[in-house]
Design a protein around this ligand. Structure first.
Ligand code: G6P
Length: 369
């Protein structure tokens, strides 16, 4: 067992550290040698078929759904196609409007989640084209979808998903770029800049991992708390949801993720002296607004950890502690900002003496609806 963990204490920690490789492998030959184009041969949609897409539905469960929330923003921003994201267990029951002009993207690490598979079948029954993003070649989802984008994260053993989630983000970036290239919705310079940003991500994740001890210390401080909040706007909110889920899954600490601007409509009532709040503030165009939300929680006694881009002094002044992530293209920040949150969940679980890799009540793959 120790050998399989390659010297790490737990599969989860090993898998967190495997992310730079998972990013590189998932990008692999899907970026052409010029560095100016994405080549997604596994998506067999012709340009005419891509032009014919009126809307996109992203359907998934758990962590894969959170990747889908990032995917929604990525595709909308890059390809300017309207996207909805749904949890698979709800999708079928809301009579979604699916036509032959709808592209449905199902996301599943295992490719075996019953709700996701049922959603895929419903989408196909209604005439939609289905793309699967999955980590398991030959899984049920992969077999039944029209096109499959494999995330080359390698086997993920820990129940709490880490490298599969971030590889799903990479798949969405590639797909968003592929659609944008075909539709001509972005200048060549934007495509090039995004691709350059993607290529830098693996070493930037390594930089973050070099500061894991800072997160460990913070995790030990918050482990004694019963409640914790994650806040953020836009893409930061999507990552906040994933950070909160990760913490709940393995540390059993109650946490909520809130869109920062929505706090004042209810959740602010729960903020009291000393409560930890993790504020993601990587979207610089939203910074001023996020800082004002941070001030709202600080005024009620919250202790705030900010997750910010390197050298962001404005945020530094507003919070109690800052964890910096390297600078990248705004759309790509989730692939970096989630890493400290994965480490936080890991070290909090460890500090509390829980079974990190096999949390209570949860399974790696859920094959019942
Ligand atoms: C289970 C796992 C989660 C996972 C979800 C969806 O609940 O514990 O970590 O996100 O299933 O799994 P999938 O294999 O479809 O991505």
């Amino acid at each position: 067992m120790t050998a399989e963990k390659a010297g790490f204490d737990h599969f989860m920690l090993k898998e967190i550290h495997e992310q730079p490789k998972a990013y590189r492998d998932t990008m692999g030959s899907r970026i052409d040698a010029s560095g100016e184009r994405v080549v997604l041969n596994e998506v067999k949609l012709t340009p005419e078929q891509i032009w014919d897409i009126h809307n996109i539905h992203i359907v998934a469960c758990g962590t894969a759904y959170h990747a889908g929330l990032v995917g929604k923003s990525v595709i909308e921003q890059l390809a300017r196609i309207p996207v909805e994201a749904d949890v698979a267990s709800e999708y079928r029951y809301r009579s979604p409007i699916i036509t032959k002009h709808t592209l449905v993207i199902v996301v599943s690490q295992s490719g075996e989640t019953a709700d996701t598979l049922a959603a895929l079948r419903e989408a196909k029954r209604c005439g939609a084209r289905v793309i699967a993003i999955t980590n398991v070649v030959g899984s049920s989802v992969a077999r039944e979808a029209d096109d499959v984008i494999v995330t080359w994260a390698g086997p993920e053993i820990a129940v709490a998903s880490t490298k599969a989630y971030t590889s799903q983000l990479i798949a969405f970036y590639l797909l968003g770029l592929h659609l944008a290239q075909t539709l001509g919705t972005q200048d060549a310079a934007v495509i090039r800049e995004t691709i350059e940003g993607l290529k830098k991500l693996p070493e930037q994740v390594e930089e973050i991992l070099n500061h894991a001890d800072d997160i460990k210390q913070y995790a030990e401080q918050i482990a004694s708390h019963k409640d914790l909040f994650f806040i953020g706007r836009g893409l930061d909110y999507a990552v906040a949801l994933e950070g909160s889920l990760k913490l709940k899954e393995i540390s059993y600490i109650h946490s909520e993720a809130y869109a920062a601007g929505e706090l004042k409509h209810g959740t602010l009532a729960l903020i009291e002296d000393g409560i930890p709040v993790i504020a993601l503030a990587t979207q610089e165009q939203l910074l001023e607004k996020t800082v004002s939300n941070i001030k709202e929680v600080k005024a009620r006694g919250a202790h705030v950890l900010g997750i910010a881009l390197e050298g962001n002094h404005e945020l530094g002044k507003a919070v109690d502690l800052v964890f910096e992530i390297p600078r990248t293209v705004p759309l790509l920040t989730p692939a970096l900002s989630v890493v400290p949150l994965q480490l936080l969940a890991y070290y909090a679980s460890l500090a509390l003496g829980h079974d990190v890799d096999k949390p209570r009540n949860l399974a790696k793959s859920v094959t019942v609806e």
